[in-house]
Structures are given as C-alpha cells and as structure tokens.
Write a protein that binds this ligand. Structure first.
Ligand code: ADP
Ligand code: MG
Length: 669
C-alpha cells in the first residue's frame, strides 16, 4: 500500500511499517459486523438526527458503548459536518492514536487520510482528513492561533468526565468560539460533550442546559470482593491475587490490573512473567501486557490482540484503561485503589506528582471494566472501610494543579480577565494569583494596569512546552547556546532514554557511567545526545549502552520541531562548545523556583517551600552534595524526591529573579 500524503513529516519509519498491516483493507467485513454489534448501533439514526438539530449536545454512555469510535463516523456518513473537519479531543495521546487507528481501519482507509490524529510533536493528518482525533492540549494550542476554530464544524469534547486541565479550559474556549461565530454570522460550531456516567447535570448546566442524550449500555453484574485487612504493599497483594485466581479459573478469561505508572507497571509485569515461568502446568499460559501512556504505540496495540485460545491475557495498566480505551475479554479486574496525580502546592506554587487514593466514581468505573461482555469479578486491594473513606468524585485537575501554562494560553487567546473566565469549576484565587506571579517572575507578563503578555511571553506561547522550559530556551538565545539547550529540552520532553532492565541493572549503570557529568543530569543527557549523534543513531550502540532507541528517536524528532520554531522566530542557533556552565545558567533562569539548598546536616531544602527534599536515586548527582541545585520535577514516594537536576551557582538564581528571591536571597557559601 502507498504512503499517505502527510502534511507534516511523520515521526519515524515505525509508523509507515505499521500502517500497511494495521490499516490495510483487511477484514473490513468483519469490522463492520463488530460495529453493528455495539450498543450504540441501534441508536445510530435517532442520535444522528438529534445531534444534527442541536447546537450543543451532551452524550452519556457507558465505556465501550461506541461513543468515541462511532459517533464521529455517524456524523461524517450523514454529512452533519458539512464538509468541514470534525475534531474529537482525547485527554491522552495513547487514546488519540489507538482510536484513530481503529476508526481508520473500520472506515477502510489509511490512517492520515479520512481519519487522522494530532498529538504534541506528531501530526498524522492530511488535506483529506475529516475526522481528526487530537489531544485536548493540541486543540487548545490551535485555538491560540485561531480562537474561532474556523477549520472545524463540529468539536467533540470526549472523555469530559476526566476533567483534565486542558479539557476544562477548552470548555470555556469552545463555548466562546461558538458564541462569537454566531455573533459574527459565521458558520455555526456544533459542540458535543461526551462522558461516561458522571456529573451529568453539572455539564448540562454549564452548557446552557444542553439536552442530554443517553446511550443504552450493556453492563453485566460484577461481584466485588474487598481485602479483609489493609494492604501496605498493594503491588505484591495484586500479584498474589492474580495468581490465586489464575490457578482456579478457566483460560480465556482475561485480567486487568490497575497500577499507577510506568516503573511500577514494568516491574509488576516482570514479576508476573518470572513467577509464571516457575508455574508451568499450573493454570493456562499467561500473556502479560503493560499499558501506559509512554509505551510505544505498537506495544500499546498489543493489548487489543485477541488472546490465543487456551491462554490468559493479563493487562497491567494505568487509569488509561478506566474509560479511555476498551479492551475485549476482561473478566477480572484487580483494583489497587490508587492513581498517580498532580497536586498543587500553594506554598511553592509548584506541582508534585504523588500516588493518591482514587475516588468512588473511579472505583466504580474500574469495577465496570469486568462486566462488559458477561458477568465478572472485581478484587479491590483495599478494605470496605477504606473504600468508604474515598472521595465521591475525582477533584478536577484545574482545582489541584499549577495554572501558569493555562494562564499563559488564556492571555495568548486575548482573555486577560482570567478571574472572570467562564470556568466550569473556578480555580481558587490563590492558585490563579500564584500562576500570574510565576509568569511575572519568568518575565512573561507585566502587571501594571492589567495583566499583559510581554514580548518574551508572546514568544513563550510559540513553544509547546511548560513556561519554565520555554523560558530556558529563550534565555539560551541570549547566552548563545541554543544548540545545546534544544538538545537538553528535547531529552526532557520524552520519557527516559535510559533503559535499565532489572536483571542487568549493575551492568547498565556501569556502562552508562561514561556519560555522567558532575554538573548533573542535564549535561549527562547532553552527553548521551552527542554520543548518539556521533554514531548516527546506531541501533547496536543503543543496545550496548542501555539506551532506549525509540525514545532517542523521539527526542530527535522533538528537537527538530523545536528547532523549527526557533528558526521561525529568527532565533540564532549557536553553540557554546564545551562550556557547560552557561547551560546550567540558562536552566537556572527557567527553573529558579525549583531550587534546593544543601543544609549543614547534609539534607536539602527547597528554597520556595523550605521543605526537605532529596535527590532521586536515578539522578547522576545521587551520591553528590552540591550546595545548590535546580530540578525539573518533584515526586513524592517514601520521600519527596527531586528529579532531573543540575548544579547551579546561587548568584544565578538571584540574577534570574531578584523579586522572587528578595526576601530569601540564597547566601553563597
Ligand atoms: P466508548 O467511547 O463508548 O467507551 P469506544 O468507541 O471507544 O467506546 O469503543 C467501542 C468498541 O470499539 C470497544 O468496545 C472495542 O470493542 C472497540 N475498539 C475501540 N478501540 C479499539 C482498538 N484500538 N482495537 C480494537 N478494538 C477497539
Ligand atoms: Mg470513549
């Protein structure tokens, strides 16, 4: 099959290979039969007619009923889009990619033609794309360039119950675009909000009492079992539960385990594979699949493969499997009751990644995954009393995250009265003010009569990056080291390029020692990047050095795009050669609010919150005691860990933001 005519350059060869096999014109007949069996199918005609007649509709239906894959196709087939593009937003890039692949298959077209997707750093659409799956973040970025969203006749805000920060802001932005288009006599914009069964009235009220269309779902009963005692090691408890049921239950009844993140999932998957090797003969063969956002897409697609007859599939997933993707054949769910969430720390104005308890609504969704095709069982790795203490609903992200990136985007949209923006749930004054302060200390906004973007702030909007990273890039221009900073920022924008298998841990760490810089992780990343470039992306080299080839390729692609933006902004891309101090200085100018100081006792405290913090064991500075460091991320597990650090000079911090440090100037020495 031929290559689709991509508007923008595609990511890597991995995609072009997979297109042919995944989206070739195979088995279309079988796919059409499957479509017809979905709960949404009998409602096709009525639903299409209702949506055609409405400006705004709220569609509610259980996960797996066919909302995401079918409704855009129905509207396209019936011409409701009037020739323009239908945008369908997804909170997660994994969902945007897998769903668009599926819909391309169903419609018998190659991905990137009629059906395409657009996620950060990756655009697989063309002139002929009419159904465009995209992350909510991408649509929000597009709206800063075109607030009326003129390319689209229909915008579907999918997975609305997830209430990501971008979806929440989009609610207001899309509502305004619809109103403004009407006022200007332009073609109308149809808004469809799709959600699993949660918070229906809240959505309808916000969208001017838009009618709610209910889809009939199929939900079979699910038997729920609680732990009898509280479990401190939920990973181990989940694995034990899995093997208990595995021994007793017949094959081809698959298991879905909910965990919190990549590292935990990978180690659980390894653990399950190791145990099952010793259990040959006890229970059917196990096919174990991880599923998390950062997983390469061809591995993500593996979870959708049919389980071989006589074996059992076990999927270990993040909350992505709660509602975003539907997997066939799940009979058992093991719910650890936890999720990794971003939490805002009002003291420091920064986000913290932390494993927290899920809400009751989430627990219900997870349970439901076991009853899609027949009755099922859900094992909850927590007691009934613990469940009773869970919050009823998940708190929307916008109420618990740093808002600087959002405020920057609203300002770019020309919305300066941020406090009165039409939020579905208004963030606290405190966090809005915190965001404005942070942007002010980065030099992105002025605060005279009204809050306005500075020329620097306007340039920051051009980059699909956290404002602190955009600032780092822009300050690098003045310090003549964009060449290197672009490499570092690209490496920070992908998942870890270091590959450390549990069984060869020592060997991997030893082999990678040659890249380590005493300046910290950023220069270490730069060393890896340079070494990779010097061998021209050699696959063997990656393997020998325990470097993740795929993430490296992705970093290169990210770099190319960031470089393109710099060229457009006419920023000279110069190199600082071997002088790494200037690189750390640029990082200090972006991340001065993420600085920590070594105390007499040998512990670090964060300068912004005065709370104790530690160096993450994965850092190249783990065994070192520099006086001052900046870091990119805080992660709370047993301790509060800083990740991705560089050694900095305290004078740089003060120079970067004299206002910010006025009261707490770091004392050199
Ligand atoms: P909803 O949005 O209502 O949760 P979806 O439209 O996502 O439902 O899914 C409908 C059905 O399509 C699922 O039950 C599943 O059978 C199928 N499906 C969706 N995505 C994929 C995929 N990537 N591979 C195979 N089947 C899929
Ligand atoms: Mg869906």
């Amino acid at each position: 099959s031929e290559e689709p005519p991509f508007k923008k350059k595609k990511l890597s060869s991995q995609h072009s290979h997979s297109h042919a096999s995944q989206n070739g014109f195979v088995n279309t007949h079988k796919l059409q039969q499957e479509r017809r069996k979905l709960p949404i199918f009998p409602a096709k005609h009525k639903l299409t007619q209702q949506i055609r007649s409405l400006d705004t509709a709220i569609v509610i239906g259980e996960t797996g009923s066919g909302k995401t894959t079918q409704i855009p196709q129905f509207l396209h087939e019936a011409g409701v889009h009037r020739g323009s593009i239908i945008a369908v937003t997804q909170p997660r890039r994994v969902a945007a990619i897998t769903v668009s692949q599926r819909v391309a298959q169903e419609s018998g077209t190659l991905l990137g033609h009629l059906v395409g997707y657009s996620v950060r750093f990756e655009d697989v659409t063309s002139e002929s794309t009419k159904i465009k799956y995209m992350t909510d973040g991408m649509l929000l970025r597009e709206s800063t360039l075109d607030p009326l969203m003129k390319r689209y006749s229909i915008i579907v805000l999918d997975e609305a119950h997830e209430r990501t920060i971008h979806t929440d802001v989009l609610f207001g932005v899309v509502k305004k675009a619809q109103r403004d288009r009407k006022k200007k006599g332009l073609k109308p914009l149809k808004i469809i909000v799709m959600s699993a069964t949660m918070d229906v009235d809240h959505f309808s009220n916000y969208f001017n009492k838009a009618p709610v269309l209910y889809l009939e779902g199929r939900q079979y009963p699910v038997q729920v079992y609680y732990s009898t005692t509280s479990q401190s090691d939920y990973v181990m408890a989940a694995v034990v539960t899995l093997f208990q049921l595995h021994r007793d239950q017949p094959p081809n009844q698959d298991v879905l385990i909910f965990m919190t993140g990549q590292e935990e999932i990978e180690s659980t998957v390894r653990c399950i594979r190791d145990i099952s090797k010793d259990m040959v003969g006890e229970g059917p063969p196990l096919v174990v699949c991880p599923l998390y956002a950062a997983l390469p897409s061809h591995l993500q697609l593996k979870v959708f493969n049919k389980t071989p007859q006589g074996s059992r599939k076990v999927i270990v997933a993040t909350n992505i499997a709660e509602t975003s993707v539907t997997i066939h054949g799940i009979k058992f769910v093991i719910d650890t009751g936890v999720v990794k969430a971003k939490l805002y720390n009002p003291n420091s104005g920064l986000d913290l990644l932390k494993v927290v308890r899920i809400s009751k609504a989430q627990a219900l969704q997870r349970t439901g995954r076991a009853g899609r095709e027949s009755s099922g069982t859900c094992y909850r790795i927590y007691t009934e009393e613990e469940f009773d203490s869970f919050k009823k609903n998940t708190v929307p992200e916008i109420l618990r995250c740093n808002l600087s990136s959002v405020v920057l985007q609203l300002l770019a949209l020309g919305i300066s009265d941020i406090v009165n923006f039409d939020f579905m749930d208004k963030p606290s004054m405190e966090s809005l003010i915190g965001a404005v302060h942070q942007l002010h200390s980065l030099g992105a906004v002025t605060k005279e009569d009204c809050i306005k973007l500075t020329p620097l702030g306007k340039q920051m909007v051009s980059f699909p990056l956290d404002p602190r990273l955009s600032k780092t890039v822009l300050i690098a221009k003045d310090n003549h080291c964009l060449e290197e900073i672009l490499s570092i920022v690209s490496m920070l924008s992908v998942d870890s390029v270091m590959f450390t298998p549990q069984s060869k841990r020592e060997e991997a760490l030893e082999t990678r020692k040659k890249f380590i810089s005493s300046d910290g992780d950023h220069v270490t990343y730069l060393n890896i990047y340079r070494a990779y470039k010097s061998v021209r992306g050699n696959k063997e080299w990656c393997h020998e050095n325990f470097i993740n080839l795929r993430n490296m390729k992705l970093a290169l692609e990210v770099r190319k795009q960031l470089r393109g933006i710099c060229v457009k902004l006419e920023l000279p891309i110069e190199s600082c050669g071997q002088d790494t101090s200037v690189l750390r200085k640029c990082l200090a100018f972006g991340f001065f609010m993420n600085a920590a100081e070594l105390q007499k006792e040998g512990e670090f405290i964060s300068l912004s919150s005065r709370k104790p913090v530690s160096i993450h064991p994965s850092s190249s500075l783990f065994m070192c005691k520099p006086a001052y460091v900046i870091y990119n991320e805080l992660i709370q597990t047993t301790k509060c860990y800083m990740r991705d650090l560089s050694v900095v000079d305290p004078d740089w911090l003060y120079e970067a933001a004299p206002h910010y440090f006025r009261k707490k100037k770091p004392k050199p020495g």
